[in-house]
Design a protein around this ligand. Structure first.
Ligand code: BES
Ligand code: ZN
Length: 629
């Protein structure tokens, strides 16, 4: 369940960026003929297969310094290897064995995309070594001074590479259509633990040096690194949780049903293919809810609600181990293949472990998200399409809610028409046959129609695959969702509307989701007097549950409910999760005084935000926010 405004988390798919896309190329047998407009690289010419990193984390200068050796296939004998970089300081390029210095140059800077690194390849070359350093402002990396951590003694760092930020810390073919295995040597200050999206240590090394191996090939957006004073707790033999000391007990309790989620996922769509599944609970500035880094999901601490009510986020990131990490969208224009499939899979895991009533509650919230996204964008807006029809000249991009929620409902719609058993068999085979491959919307449609439609025109019309995928808005045949638990909430909302006192409402059994539904659908007028009454009854302003608090504080801002304003300030300066804080900033920005206040808070808070959050909030606050340097 996500509460997002459409403008919040647009996955900007600038298909018309120009300059880095090119004429169709003939692909060699080893590479798919995919042109990714968000990458300078040319994997159809030279295909990177393996990455060997050797990096030192220098917390004084806030740089990762070292080298990347890229091993590649160049069966076509291309003369140039083109890589993506952004804000990297390239110090030299050699042949992989270090014997020969190679000629290289950096192309012009393009906004968001960075600069192409073009390396002249000697004939028969199979690897290159790039010596480089990241910049202190690298968009993927958040560096923490010791005083910014909960322990207060050691520094901390984490990366976030999706969608196209890997290039700010590793020179690579930064497109999801390319996969590589990797290994890394990471050198950190003694006493700290380093973790990657790879085989991971469970305790601190004596010398601050860590060696990682990732034997399964992954796209660059799944490269990840975290360094900190971290502890580990096992759930069972193949999964566990890492967190800072102050959080580890609570995290281990909250997430201890993870093994059951993994087993349910495996029963649905086949064995978990990545060895271990661990979760890293990050500091509150983590910009997303979760990130599906292979073997090690990165998660916001805001899921530690104290009542295990937000574990669907783990189901979601775990589901990506199949949809996304194993079978990957070829370009970000097809992101619904990652996120829509994952949301569908998430719901199925939740249904298997917690029952249909629970998953229907999540589905009902997802439907509300979809309806709101469509209402905000406009039902004709091409950004409410799941994908862009072949041959279309406009490149709309897709809002996140659409990729997740419309994607989910499309797959549920298919399931309901063809039957769950047949649909599951299809998905199981889809994950198996395309394991470690990239997929496109056209491929999916081809396979789905081959499996189910086969010229059956009535069925074809009923499914309406093209209408669902390439049409805007929420189709009329959106599956019907029944949530008894949310119906009960709606009934209490109706009582409130007809004058019942907040104290008289039947709320005792409510979980986070019911409270969120309640707050999202309060009857008008949602003014300061109404909020004061609710606050007296339910103490929202002092809630420790960030999911509830985020909705509440937005309402408080909209209604100028003054008693909550100190909580707004402290929430915005401690939490960096975009889904929570962007709507509050946007709400503040609606009045001149609020905007000024928001800018003031942002100036205070930004030092503690991840660069991704800084960029998004800056955009929400418009001009007038100082940019560094
Ligand atoms: N892969 C996404 C996070 C992401 C999306 C990062 C786009 C960068 C760009 C992740 O799997 C995700 O969907 N996270 C959700 C949580 C989930 C429960 C819907 C989030 O962060 O809100
Ligand atoms: Zn996801």
């Amino acid at each position: 369940m996500r509460i997002r405004t459409v403008s919040a988390l647009v996955i900007a798919i600038a298909l018309a960026t120009g300059g880095c896309s090119s004429a169709p190329r003939v692909a060699p047998s080893h590479a798919p003929a995919i042109v990714d407009p968000l990458s300078f690289s040319r994997p159809a010419d030279v295909l990177v297969r393996h990455l060997a990193l050797d990096l030192t984390a220098d917390f004084q200068t806030r740089r990762l310094v070292g080298s990347a050796i890229l091993t590649f296939d160049n069966s076509r004998g291309a003369k140039t290897l083109v890589l993506d970089t952004r804000d990297l300081e390239i110090r030299g390029v050699h042949s992989g064995d270090g014997a020969a210095a190679l000629v290289w140059k950096l192309g012009d800077e393009k906004e968001r995309l960075g600069r192409a690194l073009e390396i002249d390849l000697p004939s028969k070359a199979t690897s290159v070594r790039i010596d480089y350093a990241t910049s202190p402002g690298a968009a993927a990396i958040q560096w923490f001074a010791p005083e910014q951590t909960s322990g207060g003694k050691y520094p901390f760092l984490f990366t976030q590479s999706q969608a196209i930020l890997a290039r700010t810390w590793v020179p690579c073919q930064d497109t999801p259509s390319v996969r590589m295995t990797y290994e890394a040597t990471i050198r950190v200050p003694r006493g700290l633990l380093a973790l990657m999206s790879a085989e991971n240590p469970q305790r601190v090394s004596d010398d601050g040096v860590y060696h990682f191996r990732m034997p399964q090939p992954v796209p660059s957006y799944l490269l990840a690194l975290a360094i900190g004073d971290l502890e580990f707790r096992a759930f069972d033999g193949r999964s566990g949780v890492y967190a800072e000391r102050s959080m580890i007990e609570r995290a281990a309790w909250e997430l201890d049903n993870t093994p059951a989620l993994i087993e349910a996922a495996e029963r649905l769509y086949g064995p978990y293919r990545w060895g271990r599944y661990d979760i890293l609970v990050l500091p509150p500035s983590f910009p997303w809810g979760g990130m599906e880094n292979p073997r090690l999901t990165f998660a916001t601490p805001t899921i530690i609600a104290g009542d295990r009510s937000l574990v669907s986020l783990v189901a979601h990131e775990l589901a990506h181990s199949w949809s996304g990490n194993l079978v990957t969208n070829a370009t970000w224009a097809d992101v619904w293949l990652n996120e829509g499939f994952t949301t569908y899979f998430e719901m199925r895991i939740m249904e298997a472990v917690y029952g249909r009533e629970y998953s229907e509650m999540l589905a009902a919230l997802s439907l509300q998200d979809l309806r709101e996204a469509v209402a905000t964008a406009g039902a004709d807006n091409p950004r409410t399409q799941l994908a862009i029809a072949p041959g279309a000249t406009v490149a709309p991009g897709t809002t996140t809610d659409v990729a997740y929620d419309k994607g989910y409902f499309f797959l549920r719609h298919c399931e309901e028409i063809v039957g769950r058993a047949r649909f599951d068999a299809f998905l199981h085979r889809y994950f198996e046959t395309h394991a470690f491959e990239s997929v496109t919307t056209a491929m999916f449609i081809g396979e789905f129609e081959h499996e189910f439609v086969r010229g059956d025109q009535a069925l074809d019309a009923k499914l309406g695959v093209a209408r669902w995928i390439y049409g805007p808005g929420a189709p009329d045949d959106v599956p019907v969702v029944h949530s008894k638990r949310l119906d009960a909430v709606d009934a209490e909302i109706a009582r409130l509307a007809s004058g019942a006192a907040p104290e008289a409402l039947a709320t005792t059994s409510w979980s986070t989701h019911e409270w969120v539904r309640f707050l999202r659908n309060l009857p008008p007028p949602v003014d300061a007097a109404r909020l004061a009454g609710l606050d007296r009854a339910f103490h929202f302003t002092s809630s420790g549950n960030a999911e509830i608090l985020a909705v509440w504080l937005r309402l408080a801002v909209a209604a100028s409910y003054e008693p909550a304003m100190p909580a707004v300030d402290s929430f915005l300066t401690t939490v960096g999760r975009v889904k929570y804080i962007q709507p509050i900033y946007t709400e503040l920005a609606k009045t001149p005084a609020g905007l000024e206040h928001a800018r003031g808070i942002f100036e205070k808070a930004r030092a503690g935000y991840h660069p991704v959050t800084v960029t998004i909030i800056q955009r929400a606050l418009g001009a007038g926010v100082k940019t560094p340097q």
